[in-house]
Design a protein around this ligand. Structure first.
Ligand SMILES: [Zn+2]
Length: 284
C-alpha cells in the first residue's frame, strides 16, 4: 500500500496538471469503488478542482463545497492522460495499463481541456468517496497528526508513546490513530536510522531514543518524497522518466543482504503480521 511519500508524490504531480480544471463528466463503471448518489452528481460535474491535497494516505480533490477522497489501497492507480502525456501514481503501471480505459478502469473523470483521469484498480479495495465540507472536516479532525506538520512535536510524540508502553515501537508507529502516513517501509527505515530494534516495547525506550526517532521520521519521509517514494510509485512522462527511493532503502526489503552501515546481515521477522527488517548490530 502506498505510504505518505508515495501519496504525496502523486498529489504533487496531479496538482500541477489538474488544478483549476473543470470536471465535465464522471463515468462510474464500478459502484463498489465509487457510489455516487444521483443527487450528488451536481456536486461533482461542472465543478473546478481547486487543489489536489493529501491527508494521511488519502488523495483529496478539493471542489470547494465538496471533497472527493481517493484511497488507492493495495492496487489502486490514478492515471491522468492528455494528448501529449500520461502521469500515473499508485500501483506500478505496466504496458498493458497504458491501454485506456482498460478492464481495471473503475471510474473515469473527464475535464474541460480533454484531459482524462482514470481510477484503475485490479483488486478493487481502493475507493472514492464524496464528502461535504462538514463531513470532510469531521473526518479530518478525527485523524492522527501529520508527521510533516508543525503539530508533530516532541511533546506530542512522547505523549502518544506514553499510552503504548507495552506495545512494540514498530506496531505503535503503524497505528494511524496518533500519527498518519507511516507504513511498513518507513517504520522499518526510521527505526534503523534511529538505531532502535522494531520489536522493542515502547516502555523500554530512553528519552534520547524517543527524541532521535521523532527527529528521524520527518527527515526520512521528506527524503523519500524527494526521491518520489518507493517502488509503488511509478511515473511516466513524455520522456519516460521515473523516480525511485528503492535504492536508498537501508533495511526494508533487504533481508539476507549486507547492512550498508556495518556490513552485517539484515534480518527479517514477522511482527504483528508485518514483515519487519532490521540490523542486529546497528539497532539496539
Ligand atoms: Zn548494521
Amino acid at each position: 500500500m502506498p505510504e505518505l511519500p508515495e501519496v504525496e508524490t502523486i498529489v504533487r504531480d496531479l496538482n500541477k496538471k489538474i488544478k483549476n480544471k473543470k470536471i465535465i463528466s464522471v463515468e462510474i463503471l464500478d459502484k463498489k469503488v465509487f457510489h455516487l448518489a444521483k443527487s450528488d452528481l451536481k456536486n461533482v460535474v461542472s465543478k473546478k478542482i481547486k487543489a489536489v491535497k493529501r491527508r494521511a494516505k488519502m488523495i483529496i480533490f478539493d471542489l470547494g463545497d465538496y471533497f472527493l477522497m481517493v484511497h488507492l489501497k493495495m492496487t489502486g492507480q490514478l492515471v491522468y492522460q492528455t494528448k501529449n502525456f500520461l502521469i500515473a501514481g499508485g500501483h506500478p503501471i505496466i504496458n498493458q495499463d497504458k491501454e485506456l480505459p482498460n478492464k481495471f478502469s473503475r471510474v473515469i473523470f473527464k475535464f474541460n481541456d480533454k484531459g482524462i483521469l482514470y481510477f484503475n484498480d485490479i483488486r478493487r479495495f481502493g475507493w472514492i468517496k464524496l464528502l461535504s465540507k462538514n463531513n470532510f472536516l469531521k473526518l479530518n479532525n478525527g485523524l492522527g497528526v501529520e508527521p510533516l506538520e508543525k503539530n508533530f512535536t516532541l511533546e506530542y510524540f512522547k505523549k502518544f508513546l506514553s499510552h503504548k508502553s507495552k506495545t512494540s515501537i514498530k506496531q505503535t508507529l503503524l497505528e494511524q490513530k496518533y500519527v498518519v502516513g507511516i507504513g511498513n517501509i518507513y517504520a522499518d527505515e526510521s527505526l534503523f536510522t534511529a538505531g532502535i530494534k522494531p520489536f522493542r516495547k515502547v516502555g523500554t525506550l530512553s528519552a534520547a531514543e524517543i527524541k532521535k526517532l521523532w527527529s528521524v521520521i520527518p527527515k526520512i519521509l521528506k527524503y523519500a518524497i524527494k526521491h518520489r517514494g518507493t517502488s509503488f510509485n511509478d511515473y511516466v512522462d513524455a520522456q519516460g522518466e521515473t523516480g525511485n527511493f528503492i535504492k536508498c532503502l537501508k533495511v526494508y526489503g533487504r533481508a539476507g543482504e549486507r547492512c550498508k552501515k556495518c556490513a552485517g546481515i539484515i534480518k527479517k521477522m514477522k511482527l504483528g503480521g508485518r514483515g519487519t527488517h532490521w540490523c542486529d548490530k546497528c539497532q539496539k
